[in-house]
Design a protein around this ligand. Structure first.
Ligand code: BG6
Length: 322
């Protein structure tokens, strides 16, 4: 038999197949959905609250902080990850429509429906398919927290989208008024970022803007501080940057870690409970976990968004790994 040194390689091997797609799976008990990109990045969302409870990079490193005592069984809001705040931020005793609602509303304590996944090709050039997971909750949904039906009698529809790319996670909410009565609402993504050591963390992008310090008596507005912001004690502030597109960058001793950008969200809440507050929260573990977390919470919370019949509001945050 004649040897052919330049014999062509098997054609079948080189034939391009379909581009690799993200894999989306449900947990056995149907309580959560997980998406993994072909390159290894992953996100996990609990249907309770549509709470993102994990976001990992390709190396498997977790980017969000989740309390080891967080209740994941639907009995209360999740301590950590990205709880969703709607239709009220905190409590609003002076706001007629929402004054009876519990802190941060009912989106985080309702069971959402998984509406499906979609993939986009925008990530293919960089070798990874992006994946978007959509979740829904409406005033007619079986999973709605019964408190909502009792205390917030409006017809609404929420679509929550969680988009994973190789280097970012985006969460976006569309709120629609499906009823005849107008309603007021606030929206916020309560992101618990995981940091190595809070004492080395610096935050840029929040200088030159007055902020509401929730630790001071109501109505006290604090004067702007220079960049960067550091955290050395309990912190609970609502910033309203003058530029709606201003980005917030979180760095540590090794350099920049996260960039947070906002779309149609006027405010950024910065929260760390520190020692005493952490001790007082039964579901906050380990107690010194405040050293490994920082909440950077984009939202629309310093005022109210009023939606008339058929109106919709849409807001999104994008967290990029640096
Ligand atoms: C922050 C608020 O968004 O959430 C804080 O600004 C609050 O005031 C914190 O303490 C945690 O809230 P909760 O309801 O999850 O304990």
């Amino acid at each position: 038999m004649v040897e052919r040194p330049n014999k062509p390689k098997g054609l079948g091997v080189a034939t391009p197949g379909l581009p690799p797609q993200a894999i989306v799976t449900f947990s056995d008990d149907n309580s959560r959905v997980r998406a993994e990109l072909p390159t290894g990045e992953s996100v996990e969302v609990l249907l309770h609250g549509a709470t993102v409870i994990s976001w990992k990079d390709a190396a498997g490193d977790e980017k969000l902080w989740l309390s080891s005592a967080a209740k994941l069984d639907g009995s209360k809001a999740v301590r950590g990850g990205i709880p969703l705040v709607f239709p009220v931020f905190g409590t609003a005793p002076d706001h007629e429509q929402t004054k009876q609602l519990p802190q941060h509303g009912f989106a985080r304590t309702s069971r959402w429906e998984f509406l499906g996944k979609s993939t986009s090709e925008s990530g293919l050039a960089s070798g990874g398919a992006n994946v978007k997971l959509d979740f829904g909750l409406s005033s007619a949904a079986a999973g709605l927290d019964p408190l909502a039906r009792e205390r917030w009698p409006f017809a609404f529809n929420l679509i929550y989208s969680v988009t994973l790319t190789r280097d970012s996670l985006a969460t976006g909410l569309v709120v629609t008024n499906d009823g005849e009565k107008p309603f007021d609402c606030q929206v916020l993504f309560h992101t618990y970022l995981r940091v190595d050591d809070i004492s080395t963390v610096t935050i840029t992008g929040l200088s030159s803007t007055p902020y509401l310090d929730k630790l001071l008596p109501a109505g006290t507005t604090s004067t702007p501080h220079p960049d960067p912001l550091t955290i050395a004690g309990e912190t609970d502030r609502v910033y309203t940057p003058s530029s709606p597109s201003a980005e917030v960058v979180v760095s540590d001793a090794e350099g920049p870690k996260f960039r947070v950008t906002r779309d149609n969200l006027t405010d950024v809440v910065v929260w760390n409970p520190w020692i005493e507050k952490a001790k007082g929260m039964g579901d906050f573990e380990p107690k010194d976990g405040y050293k490994q977390m920082l909440c950077i919470e984009p939202g629309s919370v310093s005022g109210w968004t009023t939606l008339e019949q058929g109106d919709a509001f849409e807001g999104q945050q994008v967290i990029t790994l640096l």
